[in-house]
Design a binder for this molecule. Structure first.
Ligand SMILES: Nc1ncnc2c1ncn2[C@@H]1O[C@H](COP(=O)(O)OP(=O)(O)O)[C@@H](O)[C@H]1O
Ligand SMILES: [Mg+2]
Length: 300
C-alpha cells in the first residue's frame, strides 16, 4: 500500500486505483494546529462511529464510499479523484471529490454565532423575523445549509452560486446534495435522540461516482465533524458541550489562544502549540469513548 497523504486526523493509503485505506490517528487539532499530544482510543472511536453511520446509510439506500473495515481504526473506501484545477470540472466529469464542505445547522452556535454578532449573518437570513435578536443555543426556524471551500488552506464561506460554479454542479444536483444532507441528519437525529443527544450541526463531504451518481464520502456524524449537546441539560436551560470545546478553553486560559491569534493578525510566525497536561488528555480520551457509545449505542 502506498502512503499518499497525511491529513489532520487520518493517514491515507492507496490500495489500488479504485480503493483507499484510511488509518484514523489519535491526533487532535484545535485552531488549525495539531497538538503534540496523542488522545488514546480517539482514532478507533472515530473510525467505528463513521462505520456505524455508513452502515445505516447503505441500509437506507444512500450511496456512499464505504467498502470494509480491515481493523478497528482503519477503513477502506472507494477512491475518487481530487481535482484542484476547478476549470477542469464540468457537468460530465465523473469520479471526483466535490470540492465543498457542506454544513447544516439546526441551532445558533459556534462560528455562526460569531457571524451573527458581527452582522455578517442577519436574523432574516436564518428565517427569523427581521430584527430578531438571535441568542446562543436558539433553535433555528429551519435548517441552515451552507458551503465552504474544501481544498483551500483555510475554509471560506461560499454563496450557493459560488459553490455550484466551483464544483461544477447543476441546480438539480445542488438540490440533491441538500436533500441528502437533510435525510442523513434525520437518521442521525432519530438514533441520537434515543440516547439523550442533540445533534446541533455537522459537516459532510460528497463526490460523484463513476456514473456521476452522488456519493457520501470522508467521515461524518462524529465528534470531530459535528457539534453535540446533552438533551437533558439543554431542557434545563444549560448547554453542555460534548465536544473538544474544553480543549479550546484550556488554551484560552493558558494565554496560548491569544498569542496565536495576535501572531496571525500581525502576520508573525505562529507560536508552537504546547502539549496538553495528562489530566486533560485523560478527560478528552474518556469523552471520545463515552460519546462513541452514546452516538452508536454500541459498547467500546
Ligand atoms: N473517497 C475518497 N476519495 C478520495 N479522497 C477522499 C475520499 N474521502 C475522503 N477523502 C479525503 O481524504 C482526506 C482525509 O484525511 P483528513 O485527515 O480528514 O484530512 P483533512 O486534513 O483534509 O481534513 C480528506 O482530505 C478528504 O477530503
Ligand atoms: Mg477531514
Amino acid at each position: 500500500m502506498q502512503h499518499i497523504m497525511t491529513g489532520k486526523v487520518k493517514e491515507v493509503y492507496k490500495v489500488d486505483d479504485d480503493t483507499l485505506e484510511f488509518a484514523y490517528t489519535n491526533n487532535i487539532s484545535v485552531f488549525d494546529k495539531i497538538i503534540p499530544s496523542q488522545i488514546p482510543h480517539k482514532g478507533e472511536t472515530l473510525c467505528r462511529t463513521a462505520k456505524y453511520w455508513f452502515g445505516l446509510l447503505s441500509k437506507e439506500g444512500i450511496n456512499n464510499h464505504y467498502i470494509s473495515e480491515p481493523s478497528a481504526d482503519r477503513m477502506r473506501v472507494k477512491r475518487v479523484d481530487i481535482i484542484r484545477d476547478y476549470s477542469k470540472i464540468n457537468g460530465s466529469t465523473t469520479n471526483y471529490l466535490i470540492p465543498l464542505e457542506v454544513i447544516c445547522r439546526y441551532y445558533a452556535a459556534g462560528s455562526l454565532m460569531d457571524r451573527i454578532k458581527s452582522g455578517k449573518v442577519k436574523a432574516e437570513d436564518l428565517g427569523f423575523p427581521a430584527g430578531h435578536e438571535v441568542k446562543e443555543g436558539e433553535k433555528l426556524p429551519q435548517p441552515f445549509i451552507e458551503c465552504t471551500t474544501k481544498l483551500e488552506a483555510h475554509d471560506e464561506n461560499l454563496t450557493d452560486e459560488e459553490a455550484k460554479k466551483m464544483a461544477g454542479l447543476s441546480d438539480e444536483e445542488f438540490e440533491e446534495i441538500k436533500r441528502t444532507v437533510l435525510k442523513i441528519d434525520s437518521i442521525i437525529d432519530r438514533e441520537c435522540s434515543k440516547r439523550g443527544l442533540i445533534h446541533c450541526d455537522g459537516k459532510k463531504e460528497f463526490a460523484f461516482d463513476k456514473n456521476r451518481k452522488l456519493m457520501v464520502i470522508d467521515t461524518f456524524g462524529t465528534l470531530d465533524e459535528d457539534r453535540w449537546w446533552d438533551a437533558d441539560e439543554f431542557a434545563k436551560g444549560r448547554i453542555v458541550q460534548l465536544s473538544k470545546e474544553f480543549v479550546r478553553q484550556y488554551y484560552r486560559e493558558t494565554g496560548y489562544h491569544k498569542a496565536l491569534y495576535d501572531a496571525r493578525e500581525k502576520g508573525l510566525p505562529e507560536p508552537d502549540i504546547p502539549a496538553l497536561p495528562q489530566e486533560i488528555v485523560d478527560r478528552v480520551s474518556k469523552l471520545y469513548v463515552d460519546m462513541f457509545e452514546r452516538i452508536t449505542g454500541e459498547k467500546f
